[in-house]
Design a protein. Structure first.
Length: 530
């Protein structure tokens, strides 16, 4: 008998089908991957298993966990099951953790809720053991530490410690590595695999990226529009795919935009020996405060029409360097030139130069004011010009057409668009003042693989039609490899390796670069050029 068995699961919202005849199973000690794009029903399937559906929704069909009918289980009994027998790891650890409680308190809370007879001291001791199991040793991560004092990967380990504190039989991980660096992502996936083998629990891992589960899953289900369209053992599914959607996902995962290499050697952006220090908290009353060097003697050049990649883990200095290039972060040494003009005049940013640069952020919804229409949102860069051009309406229409939208979309609000469409609006906002350089900061990392492929094709097309130059910042090495001409690898504030993208990826010379490339999730070797 399977640990979890789902048969003919159906769910509707206002008569609209969300899940249709979903059937799958998870055995003890088995890793099952659920793959699909946003809206495919992956997370709703998990919410049905944990009975965390929005109020008023009722699933039909059959869900058996350890022989128990989940759909007929009362909320009181489900409260006893959640966390103790079925646990869940969510995508964003900072929202899953309470910022005012220590990590020890939060892991211990899981134990105290389900075992009220346990003393607080014993619960904290068991919390310490759970944190040790997820490789957060006491010497570096005492129970008194708070979530904001930890990195994203470390916080995700705390969430996993909370989930396994009572050694559940089933663990559901919903996009547990989406926002993480490649090395941290690899560590989290390895950790989850180890815990499954050690505890013999079942693992249902939900993701939009086939490459994430290609090496770890025992069995894979591919979902589209609330249905499982293809499934099979992971080691055979890639070779026997038949459904068009499965093939499209696979092709999108390995998609490479059709791009022309840049012509000419004219430099556009020149970064010369840039330094940026931050003051650390004073440790003694009369002692001079120490400083931390976030950017250490960084130099590089971007040629006109070129796409340059910048990769590195969180904390390596990428964001600090980006803010300096945009004139938003003061530098202590060196200089930054755009078309031969300095970004800084003394210590103040040169606004005339800043007008020639724009940026596209990771989360378009978070960078838009939801109360404003698209026409207002994409004309925000006009404030850099100190005046509104007389052809404002024509510029809006042109920008929207350039990114594959229509002029009528100018009168809509951000919530009326999908994630990929919102990112197109963000690109239109960057284009509207016709900049020379666009900085793309993790611009596709939160998108489904097929939407990501479309946005990368759009960027390649815009580069040719508008003569754009890109600085592409990403932790997704497959994206950097497909869209950039050259790549810089950054570690501890320094550029440790740079060169032609293909050359760096095929023959990395620095140990850190080799580690990054080895950690990146990848499809089976014979399918990378699918």
């Amino acid at each position: 008998m399977s640990l979890l068995s789902i048969s003919n699961l159906n769910l509707s919202i206002r008569k609209k089908p969300i899940l249709r005849d979903v059937s799958l199973s998870v055995d003890a000690g088995q890793i099952v991957g659920i793959i699909g794009e946003s809206g495919s029903g992956k997370s709703m399937t998990a919410y049905c298993v944990t009975q965390l559906l929005p109020e008023g929704l009722t699933a039909t069909g059959d869900i058996r966990f350890n022989g128990k009918n989940i759909l007929s289980t009362s909320e009181t009994d489900m409260c006893a099951i959640r966390g103790a027998e079925i646990s869940m790891v969510f995508q964003e650890p900072m929202t899953a953790l309470n910022p005012v409680h220590t990590i020890g308190q939060q892991v211990a809370e899981t134990i105290l809720i389900h075992e009220p007879q346990t003393s607080k001291a014993e619960a904290l001791e068991r919390a310490r053991d759970a944190l040790n199991r997820v490789e957060l040793p006491e010497s570096r991560f005492p129970l008194s530490r708070y979530p904001h004092e930890m990195s994203g990967g470390q916080r995700q380990r705390v969430v996993i410690a909370m989930a396994i504190a009572l050694r559940p039989k089933l663990l559901i991980a919903d996009e547990p590595t989406t926002a993480l660096d490649v090395t941290t992502q690899a560590e989290i996936l390895t950790l989850l695999t180890r815990l499954v083998r050690e505890d013999g629990m079942g693992l249902m891992i939900i993701t939009h990226d086939l490459a994430v589960v290609a090496d770890m899953a025992d069995y894979i289900h591919i979902m589209q529009q609330g249905q499982i369209v293809e499934h099979g053992p992971a080691d055979r599914l890639f070779q026997t795919m038949q459904h068009p959607y499965s093939k499209a996902l696979l092709a999108a995962s390995a998609h490479v935009p059709d791009r022309e290499p840049p012509q000419g050697e004219t430099p556009l952006l020149e970064v010369r020996n840039v330094l940026r220090d931050y003051a650390l908290p004073r440790t003694k009353l009369f002692a001079k405060p120490e400083s931390f060097r976030a950017v250490n003697d960084v130099s590089f050049t971007i040629r006109k029409g070129e796409s340059l990649g910048l990769v590195g883990e969180s904390g390596c200095g990428k964001s600090t360097l980006t803010r300096a290039i945009l004139g938003l972060e003061e530098i202590q040494g060196g200089e930054i030139l755009l078309s031969g003009e300095p970004v800084f005049t003394g210590k103040k940013p040169n606004r005339a130069v800043r007008r020639k640069m724009q940026v596209v952020f990771q989360d378009p919804y978070g960078s838009f004011n939801p109360r404003h229409r698209v026409d207002r949102l994409i004309t925000e860069p006009f404030y850099l010009l100190d005046t509104t051009p007389p052809d404002r309406e024509d510029r809006i229409a042109e920008a929207l057409r350039s990114v594959g939208l229509t002029p009528d979309d100018a009168f809509k609000y951000p919530h009326e668009f999908s994630g990929g469409q919102r990112q197109r609006i963000a690109i239109a906002r960057a284009l509207i003042i016709k900049p020379e350089l666009i900085i793309l900061d993790e611009a596709v990392s939160a998108l489904d693989v097929s939407i990501r492929a479309q946005i990368l094709d759009l960027l390649a097309e815009l580069s040719e039609t508008h003569g754009l130059t890109y600085l592409f910042i990403s932790h997704d090495l497959s994206v950097v490899r497909s869209i950039t001409d050259r790549v810089l690898v950054m570690q501890h504030g320094k550029i440790v390796e740079q060169g032609e993208t293909q050359s760096v990826f095929d023959n990395p010379t620095d140990i850190y670069t080799q580690t990054l490339i080895a950690a990146a999730p990848r499809l089976p070797e014979d399918l990378r050029n699918f």
